[in-house]
Structure formats: structure tokens, C-alpha cells
Design a protein around this ligand. Structure first.
Ligand code: DGT
Ligand code: CA
Ligand code: ZN
Length: 574
């Protein structure tokens, strides 16, 4: 099993223990072990084989035994017992924002609530408000939370889907019976959340391929096994559908199952206008299938340029493909620097030097360090003195680096009134500023919009950080008029980041076309809090491509000298 899969099981154990008893120590130990596993370099199986599990900080003897059992069997005796002891629906209650294990225990003991449905009824009858420590306001918030969970239920963030999907693909690629195999569906289209993992393979022995598929790492249940489609479920609840077709049919099947439905409907219309027929089996003139080499040959036959999967949402891309004016999309190797990175100067896990090393190891030529600003006390935000000390440290490190440069930035809180979080003399120290909202989310839309625009008007501001503050599948962003924000960004020359954390992917790709039209640039920012966090850039690249951004729109695709110029430009008025 993957480290992330075992970590998910450890987290589940922690949650089960939390709702079962009020002893916080055991659950905390499981959570900390889960975080250690996620941060582990290398393969879990190798670490276990080398007997090195115990040497990882945060993993004691009993948890190490648990991990070994999970890695080998996909579960553990203890987990099975805990799952049996706690009603299935109780863990769902923990997904409601503001509802911790303590409150969940009260709800279970006092009202017998053991599922989201039961809790909804209890709220609607008003009995939750009467519980000690709850009240009308909490009850209303809980109802809101239940509605939100209902609206996103069954979807997965990319960090819960993509690594598992890649393992399935690699597993299929290892079979010599598989001729071609590719991800399809929303995951291939680069959507920010997905319902499941769609895969399309070609083979002349579909039965054998299906048998091989169900033995893939992480598969715990075979939901269905039919002639062309096999459905499985993975440990974290994620479902995957594999379709196996003949190699001649594969291009059409891949195109069809990549979607989106809207894109496909439009494409079928074009085929019909030519008196042809397009479906998941092929492109037909009468009953005669046109030979198709690959997906591109479908588009070519229909008189279109090839449309990258990320753009297939039925939002005008087909018209652009006909005119030959599709945007050139960013590729990850075009990124020269990595920007928006936290270190242990604020709430990051690693030292500045470790983050520099990690950036260099990934082939970047500069690093934009942005710890938190002074108001972010919960994240150990930097006081002005610490800002100066950090600058001295960065200067010292830079003088020892020849082919790499550290830029000293800050992720400045935007105060409720729209001011940045230091006085101008301190802001002058930084080479660039990412301005972000981390507090007072509840402002009316007008006030929030003015707040962001005022922050962008400060000539120190280089980037607007995670512009809506959304947390995918957890909470919507605050209310803000993004069109006005983008217009202001375009006029002021402030770039709007794509926060590449799979929890955020904010700005949303749907704003891409408008941003480009307004001349707004972006940056693909991992918001990394550890060396591994730098790899979140890959999620941001998917989002940027989906937004239609190419390298020319992306500030960290500039080289270090050009990046320095971009950052200096607003302050010097050039
Ligand atoms: P998801 O799974 O909700 O994240 O989004 P998709 O796009 O992956 O949707 P999914 O898994 O239901 O189906 C994958 C693709 O298969 C979809 O994008 C287009 C195609 N498809 C599925 N069902 C239909 C349908 O009823 N009509 C048409 N035209 N295409 C369909
Ligand atoms: Ca899907
Ligand atoms: Zn932030």
C-alpha cells in the first residue's frame, strides 16, 4: 500500500478513537504517525523491509506494528474492531465544520445521533440547540454544514485521487496484455475534484486485463466485473472504472470517456453535420468506421485542431479549435522558480536551507520565500525584528549560492480594512509581497471586494494570494466580486496566484478566460509548508492549463532576473 493510504487508515483510527473516548493521547499519536508517514521520503514497503519504521519520529512500537499490518493486508485487527464498535455514520459527523469529536460524542450520547440524516432531523426539531454547549447559532451552523456536505458528497480532492489513480495506471502498464492505457474522465480533464477514476485500456484479452486490474494495489472491493467494464473501490472509498476495448476502438473510447458530456455533445453535432456518426466505438461514415490512429485523428477528421483534455468543458473550445486559436498551455518544465513557500521561521516544517535544497533538487533556479506576517500569530507570523533577521539570513545564504537565488517575500495578511500587515518601512524590506485574507471572512461582498482592491492598490503588493479562501469540499470561499477584483488586478498590474495546494486550487480555473482577457498574470504557487509540499505545483499546473494559461501568463515561468524586474516594477513606477 501507499504511504498516503496507510496514513488515511491511521487518521480513520484516530477519528474512531476520538469519538469513542475522551482520552486525547492515543488519537493524537495516530495522527502524528500519519503525518510522519506522509512526510516519509521513499517507499513505505522498503522502509518496512529495512526495519527502519521505528526510527521515524512519531512512530512508536505499537503504531509501527499497526502500520506493518496495514501495509501488508490493507487493514488491521484493531481497525476492524473499532469500525465495528462505532456506527458507520458517526465519522461523517466529524466532516461538519466546527463539529469536533467532543460535540459528536455529546450528540451520540444525549440524542442517539449516529448519522448525518439523524443529526439533520435532530437540528430541525430544535433538540440540538437545547444541548449544553450548543445553542441556536451552532444548530444553524450544523444545518448549513450538513447541506454543504450533501452538495459535495462522493467527491474527492486530487491529493486523494491522483496518486491512487497513477498506481492503477502503472499496475495496468505492467501487464503485457495491455496495449494502450490512459486516464479518462474528470481526472484527465484536470478538474479540481473528482467523483471517480475512469480508465480506458485496449487489449485483445479483456478478461485477463480485468483480472489483473482487480489485483491492483489499494483495491479492497470489486464492485462489478462485466464484459467491458470493471468497477473497484479503494481503501479511501474512491471508486475506479476500467473499460477495456479493442485497440482499434481505443481512440474513440478514450475520447468519449474523457468527456465532458457537454464537449462530447457538441462534437457529435459536428460529426452529424458532416453526415457522420461519433460514439464511444468510433467515427462512422454510414456503418463504415474511419480508421483512427489516436484521439487527435478524431479531431483532425472533424476539421479541428487537437483539443487538450483540460479544455474539454464545452465552454467555447470547439469554436477556437476550428479557428486554430486555442491557447498554448503551460507545461511544468516551463516553471523556473518556486514561489509562496513557508519555512520554520513561521509555520513551515523545514528550515530555509532545507527548502532551498528541495527547490534546487527539483530543478528550480529560484525560491520565493513567504512566511506569515505579524497578525498571523497562530502561524508564528514574523515581527519586524524577525523580518530583518530573516533578511540577514537570506542575504547570507544567497552570497553562498552561485546558480540559485532566494527572493525575500512575505505572505502578508490583508487586514479587515484592506491594509497590509506592516508599515511601509517594513514592507520596503521585502522583494515581493503576496497579500492574502486569513481572517474576517464574513464581510459583506461589497466590503470584501473593496478590502482586496485596497490591498492590491498598495504598490508593495505583487500577488493576490488564494483570492477566495475556499477549501475544496470543506467550505466555499468568502463572498467577493471576482470580476471587479480581476479588473483591478489588470489595471494595477497585480498578479493573481493559483494557489496549487490541492485543498485550494484558488483562483478557480473558471476565471481563467476573463483573467487573460483583462491581461491579468498569475503565478503557480505551492503554498508549501514542507519540502514535499513543493510537489503540489503539479496540481497548480493542471489548474492553470484548465484555465487556459500559457507560460507567458505565468510570473514564475520568468527567469530569476525577469522575476526580480516584475517584482520591482510597481514600486519604482516603471
Ligand atoms: P466526475 O466523475 O463527476 O468527476 O466527472 P466525469 O466527467 O468523469 O463523469 P463520469 O465519470 O460520469 O463520466 C466520464 C465521461 O464519460 C464523461 O465526462 C462523458 C462520458 N459520459 C458518461 N456518461 C455519459 C452520458 O450519459 N452521456 C454522454 N454523452 N457522455 C457520458
Ligand atoms: Ca469520472
Ligand atoms: Zn495563505
Amino acid at each position: 500500500m501507499l504511504k498516503s493510504q496507510v496514513a488515511a487508515l491511521l487518521d480513520e483510527m484516530a477519528s474512531l478513537l476520538e469519538v469513542q473516548s475522551d482520552n486525547p493521547f492515543q488519537p493524537r499519536a495516530f495522527r502524528s504517525a500519519a503525518r510522519s508517514l506522509e512526510g516519509l521520503a521513499g517507499d513505505l514497503e522498503e522502509v518496512i523491509a529495512a526495519g527502519e519504521l521505528r526510527s521515524i519520529s512519531g512512530i512508536g512500537e505499537s503504531i509501527a506494528r499497526e502500520i506493518v499490518e496495514m501495509a501488508a493486508t490493507g487493514t488491521s485487527q484493531r481497525l476492524v474492531e473499532l469500525r465495528a464498535a462505532v456506527p458507520r455514520g458517526i465519522l461523517d459527523l466529524l466532516r461538519i465544520p466546527g463539529l469536533g469529536s467532543k460535540k459528536v460524542r455529546v450528540l451520540a450520547l444525549e440524542l442517539g445521533v449516529d448519522s448525518l440524516d439523524a443529526l439533520k432531523l435532530a437540528c430541525e426539531s430544535g433538540s440540538v440547540a437545547k444541548l449544553k454547549g450548543f445553542g441556536e447559532k451552532t444548530q444553524a451552523k450544523i444545518l448549513e454544514g450538513i447541506a454543504y456536505i450533501g452538495s459535495v458528497s462522493g467527491r474527492f480532492r486530487l491529493d486523494d485521487a491522483l496518486p491512487h489513480a497513477m498506481l492503477l495506471i502503472e499496475h495496468l502498464q505492467r501487464s503485457h496484455r495491455v496495449q494502450r492505457v490512459e486516464l479518462a474522465g474528470s481526472l484527465r480533464r484536470g478538474k479540481e475534484t473528482v467523483k471517480d477514476v475512469d480508465i480506458v485500456a485496449s487489449s485483445s484479452e479483456p478478461d485477463a486485463v480485468a483480472d489483473h486490474f482487480v489485483r491492483a494495489p489499494g483495491v479492497i472491493t470489486v464492485v462489478a466485473k462485466g464484459e467491458t467494464k470493471t468497477s473497484v473501490r479503494l481503501a479511501n472509498g474512491l471508486a475506479s472504472d476500467l473499460r477495456v476495448v479493442s485497440d482499434a476502438e481505443w481512440p474513440a473510447a478514450l475520447q468519449y470517456f474523457t468527456g465532458s458530456k457537454e464537449h462530447n455533445t457538441e462534437l457529435r453535432g459536428i460529426a452529424r453535420d458532416l453526415d457522420w456518426k461519433l460514439n464511444e466505438y468510433g467515427l462512422f461514415r454510414g456503418d463504415e468506421p474511419l480508421p483512427l490512429k489516436d484521439e487527435a485523428s478524431i479531431y483532425e477528421a472533424l476539421g479541428l485542431r487537437y483539443i487538450e483534455p483540460e479544455l474539454r468543458e464545452g465552454l467555447g473550445e470547439i469554436a477556437l479549435a476550428r479557428e486554430g486559436s486555442l491557447p498554448d498551455l503551460l507545461t511544468q518544465p516551463e516553471l523556473r522558480g518556486v514561489v509562496h513557500v513557508h519555512t520554520d521561521w513561521s509555520d513551515g516544517a523545514a528550515s530555509l536551507e532545507a527548502m532551498v535544497e528541495a527547490a534546487r533538487a527539483r530543478g528550480y533556479s529560484y525560491l520565493g520565500v513567504t512566511d506569515h506576517s505579524q497578525s498571523a500569530f497562530y502561524a508564528r507570523g514574523l515581527t519586524p525584528d524577525r523580518v530583518r533577521a530573516q533578511r540577514a539570513e537570506i542575504d547570507r545564504l544567497n552570497s553562498g549560492l552561485s546558480d540559485f537565488r532566494i527572493f525575500h517575500g512575505i505572505e502578508s495578511d490583508i487586514r479587515p480594512d484592506g491594509a497590509l500587515d506592516y508599515e511601509p518601512a517594513v514592507l520596503d524590506i521585502f522583494e515581493f509581497v503576496i497579500a492574502s485574507v486569513h481572517s474576517s471572512f464574513q464581510l459583506p461582498v461589497e466590503a470584501m471586494t473593496e478590502r482586496l482592491i485596497r490591498a492590491m492598490k498598495d504598490p508593495h503588493t505583487t500577488f493576490l494570494g488564494h483570492p477566495t479562501g475556499r477549501l475544496l469540499l470543506q467550505r466555499d470561499g468568502y463572498l467577493v466580486d471576482m470580476d471587479r477584483v480581476l479588473r483591478a488586478a489588470g489595471e494595477l498590474g497585480v498578479a493573481v496566484e493559483i494557489n496549487a495546494s490541492p485543498y485550494r486550487l484558488d483562483m478557480d480555473w473558471r476565471l481563467g478566460a476573463r483573467a487573460r482577457e483583462l491581461g491579468v498574470r498569475t503565478g503557480i504557487h505551492p503554498d508549501a509548508h514542507s519540502p514535499e509540499g513543493l510537489d503540489d505545483v503539479a496540481y497548480g499546473v493542471r489548474c492553470a492549463r484548465k484555465a487556459g494559461f500559457g507560460a507567458t501568463h505565468v510570473v514564475n515561468a520568468l527567469d530569476a532576473a525577469e522575476f526580480a524586474k516584475f517584482c520591482a516594477r510597481r514600486r519604482t513606477g516603471s
